[in-house]
Design a protein around this ligand. Structure first.
Ligand SMILES: Nc1ncnc2c1ncn2[C@@H]1O[C@H](COP(=O)(O)OP(=O)(O)O)[C@@H](O)[C@H]1O
Ligand SMILES: [Mg+2]
Length: 415
């Protein structure tokens, strides 16, 4: 970094923290997000919803890591979740990264989905905790970063950086003064304060704060992953996450170039007197917010189409026919898959009734479905219960388009 560089040292440099003018459609986008996410949450029974959310967690990690250039194959993520790590160092590292992300995302989901609102996602202590959890799950080798001048610096889990960083052309605030910026961030965006009592304002703030946090770049490394987990936490906090049925990271990764260019544009200084009253461009912040909220809505629309009951039942039928043809399970398995999708769980006696099979034949069917991770079984009081489950391996057939096409082809060939 140039020795004569002028650093930002006071938090007024990141003004405006909220677009000066939201008349350009941001309010409408926030409303659309509320309506569509609530429609998505109402689409199915809570057990199936939770099973799909579990199935989507690796996908969320896949896309957030992909944005940072870590292209971990979903098949390898699946293996990592079974503690099957590659001998190949680079592959193993990617697997560890995915695994770490999935664990942190799960812990965040547990904190916010159960209606605990004692955690405030915008607080710096919470952001530090996310950072710490992510790095605590990673091998020590991940804690080294090389600066432009070739010096190796150590990332300390959960600690603000003590060195200077550049992101693209943006030089982040001077490390010595980071506390001033993070204090301003958390005071301004705190969703519990009187000035943030409008839900629409808080939703637009999820987008605006995503950029401002990236602009502060509080950590030496890991900011991207932490910021996207932070956005997930904000959506959860606002009840917009549809119980984990959609992922902002998938939206950002699918338009990665736009994501990065919108971030970079929002770093720019105010152009003229018509561009707000702060140091940074209000128009570019507005554009970033539109892009971000549109990406969220697009993901909700996509998931709504994918998990639509009729389409899902059609795919379960086609999938079952293929599996029967390949000798993986018996035709009656389709009835079980259909029923657990619709109800979330069924008892053994219900399973016998719908398949019209004997105890022994049913066991063969359910054993094959459990082995294929399409079912989990649990004894509840005196009855055996079967629960819906979806494995990564069958993602291209059951939830097409979730992963990029080349990955889906590999996954299909791997079955
Ligand atoms: N021009 C920019 N201005 C602000 N933030 C940016 C810009 N370009 C990229 N970013 C953010 O910085 C992140 C990368 O920061 P980094 O600390 O390396 O995160 P990670 O270690 O998770 O890769 C990107 O994911 C993005 O969110
Ligand atoms: Mg990085």
């Amino acid at each position: 970094m140039d020795d004569n560089v002028e650093f930002y040292v006071t938090p007024d440099a990141m003004e405006p923290l909220f677009p000066d003018d939201t008349s350009q459609g941001l309010d409408d986008l926030a409303m659309e997000l509320i309506q569509k996410s609530s429609k998505l949450s109402g689409t199915m029974n809570p057990i199936t919803r939770a099973a799909i959310a579990d199935f989507l967690r690796p996908m969320n990690s896949y896309y957030s890591n992909l944005i940072e250039g870590s292209d971990t194959h979903p098949i390898d993520i699946d293996r990592a979740l079974k503690n099957d790590f590659s001998e190949n160092k680079a592959k193993r590292y990617l697997q560890k990264e995915a695994h770490a992300h999935i664990n942190v995302h799960l812990s965040v989901s547990k904190e916010f989905n159960k209606g605990h609102i004692d955690r405030i996602p915008t607080s710096i202590s919470y952001l530090k905790e996310i950072h710490k959890r992510f790095y605590d799950h990673l091998p020590k080798e991940f804690r080294k970063v090389e600066s432009k001048d070739g010096k190796i610096k150590q990332v300390i889990p959960g600690e603000l950086r003590t060195a200077e960083v550049e992101v693209g052309r943006h030089i982040a605030p001077k490390s010595e003064f980071l506390n001033l910026f993070t204090d301003r961030f958390e005071n301004f965006y705190d969703p519990t304060t009187h000035s943030n009592n409008s839900k629409i304002k808080r939703i637009i703030s999820i987008a605006a704060s995503h950029h401002r946090l990236a602009w502060i770049h509080p950590f030496l490394d890991g900011n991207g992953r932490v910021i996207r987990l932070y956005s997930d936490a904000c959506f959860m906090y606002e009840g917009l996450h549809s119980s984990g049925l959609w992922s902002i990271s998938r939206g950002l990764a699918r338009s990665n170039e736009k994501y990065k260019s919108h971030l970079a544009n929002a770093d720019l200084k105010r152009r003229n007197d018509y561009d707000g009253r702060g140091n940074l461009s209000s128009e570019m912040l507005t554009r970033f917010c539109s892009y971000f909220l549109e990406a969220a809505i697009d993901q909700i629309d996509y998931m709504y189409r994918v998990i639509d009951t009729e389409s899902m039942l059609k795919r379960l039928k086609g999938f079952s026919e293929l599996m029967v043809a390949r000798g993986r399970f018996k035709p009656a398995a389709e009835y079980i898959l259909t029923d657990v999708f619709l109800k979330g769980k069924i008892s053994k006696s219900e399973a016998m009734r719908i398949t019209g099979t004997s105890d022994k034949t049913l066991k063969k069917i359910t054993d094959s479905l459990v082995k294929m991770e399409l079912l989990s079984q649990k004894k509840e009081s005196i009855s055996m219960m079967y629960y819906v489950r979806y494995p990564i391996a069958f993602s291209p057939m059951l939830f097409p388009g979730l992963y990029p096409a080349d990955k889906e082809i590999d996954m299909t060939n791997n079955i």
